[in-house]
Design a protein around this ligand. Structure first.
Ligand code: SF4
Ligand code: SF4
Length: 424
């Protein structure tokens, strides 16, 4: 393993150099022709660009197939690691983190709410493929095809064990982020996953300062708290977690009978290995069935409270939309129209829209937010209720097993199982 810590930075520097050259070509100003020739406007994607998008889909499919084989059949951490480095170079540093499955959920949300928004087959493929593979093989996309996950995985050097209750409690946040991301995308307000993607600035070697700091902070924290973005932020990871729970062929730690040696128990930096359930634990859980029923009965109430609470903040949340923000600004501070430094206001004044039109548009958007926040809040309430109930559900296990929802199929634990070593 030591040699990879030397080779990896070299590969990353190589990737940066390649990426820089390709971008340098784009930055070069276009020549002006003395004949008066003007560049034609490109109204539709150029065929070559479209072809490259299809290439990306095929590359993603290739990564997913190969990772699934490495995880389920070959059971090799070493190969999974090398493949993940390739994915980081291609989808991260070469493609600049775009197109990406994580952000694609926003395109999907907007296409459902706005029929005039056409979503490309490429985006649909990037959204669907990881979910479909997760349903079959677990989170193989997270293992070695997602550049956001891989860049964090490579910096894990001394992972600390996060207490289970903290890990589970913070695990709700990706679902909250998912609800907000869908809300903002579906209302045509913003793509917040992309706007606050902490790693895209690193991939592109340039972003707003606060985003670069955010990305570096995630990587520094990630040295000790493995994959912090994946575990506590990623909204697409929330979807993958759910599909992976039902995966048909998930990675198993041992290829044969578990001999209960416990060697794998501390090997997962993400705390995703679950112990066998002892008879005492099962008896304890039986004694807590009253709490299970109580929390299950509370779910409808949590859904209602969640919906009402978030919808009470719909005016505040809607102000992220430019029309709502501007309408409030012009109504609450009418003197601002004399401020020549306020570009938002000056751009609006230079347009042919009237204040009445702006206010009508803002009202419609706020109404959409009122409905959207009800659904989003209800969803968050449902997740909170299911989280509470899940504390009182224990599946009978005889072996050490990966938690299918939390396991990133990284393959680290496989190496610790002596059964496999004997078989190999
Ligand atoms: S959890 Fe999200 S960011 Fe992490 S690897 Fe999976 S999809 Fe990528
Ligand atoms: S394969 Fe899953 S359970 Fe095993 S170390 Fe990786 S994330 Fe943990």
């Amino acid at each position: 393993m030591k040699h990879i810590t030397i080779i990896l930075p070299v590969l990353l520097l190589l990737a940066i150099a390649i990426t820089d050259q390709s971008h340098a070509q784009q930055r070069f100003p276009a020549p002006e022709f003395e004949s008066g020739y003007e560049y034609p406007e490109v109204a539709a994607p150029e065929p070559r660009t479209l072809a490259l998008e299809y290439v990306d889909v095929m590359v993603l499919l290739g990564f997913m197939l190969l990772t699934s084989w490495l995880v389920i059949r070959k059971r090799s951490r070493q190969w999974i690691l090398w493949l993940s480095v390739l994915a980081l170079l291609y989808f991260g540093f070469w493609k600049g983190g775009c197109i990406c499955a994580v952000g694609s959920l926003q395109n999907m949300a907007l296409s459902f709410s706005d029929p005039s928004y056409a979503v490309s087959y490429t985006v649909i493929a990037f959204f669907m493929l990881p979910l479909a593979f997760s349903l079959a093989f677990g989170r193989v996309f997270c293992a070695s095809a997602c550049p956001l996950g891989v860049i964090q995985d490579l910096v894990v050097i001394n992972p600390v064990r996060v207490p289970v209750w903290i890990q589970r409690s913070l695990g709700i946040f990706p679902f909250v982020y998912l609800a907000l991301a869908v809300l903002y995308a579906a209302t045509g307000t913003d793509f917040i996953i992309c706007r606050y993607d902490p790693f895209v600035g690193i991939f592109r070697m340039g972003a707003e300062f606060h985003l670069v700091i955010l990305g570096i902070s995630f990587l520094l924290i990630g040295m000790f708290v493995a994959r912090p973005y994946c575990r506590f932020v990623c909204p697409y990871g929330a979807l993958l977690k759910v599909t992976s729970m039902f995966s048909k062929y998930h990675l198993s730690i041992t290829p044969a009978q578990c001999i209960q040696c416990k060697l794998c128990s501390g090997s997962c930096p993400f705390g995703a290995i679950e112990k066998p359930t002892t008879g005492k634990l099962m008896d304890d859980m039986k004694g807590r069935s009253g709490k299970f029923l109580l929390y299950a009965a509370l779910i409808p109430l949590l859904v209602l409270v969640g919906g009402l609470t978030l919808s009470s903040a719909h005016v505040f949340l809607a102000k992220a939309h430019p029309d709502v923000y501007l309408a409030h600004l012009l109504i609450e501070e009418p003197a601002i129209i004399n401020d020549p430094d306020n570009l938002d206001v000056q751009t609006f004044l230079a347009s042919d829209r009237t204040l009445e039109e702006l206010v009508v548009s803002a009202g419609e958007i706020q109404a959409t937010f009122r409905t959207g926040t009800r659904y989003a809040g209800a969803f968050i309430g449902l997740v909170a209720g299911l989280f509470l109930v899940s504390q009182y559900v224990v599946r009978r296990r005889t072996d050490y097993e990966p938690n299918r929802g939390d396991c990133y199929s990284c393959g680290r634990c496989i190496r610790y199982c002596p059964v496999q070593k004997q078989d190999a």
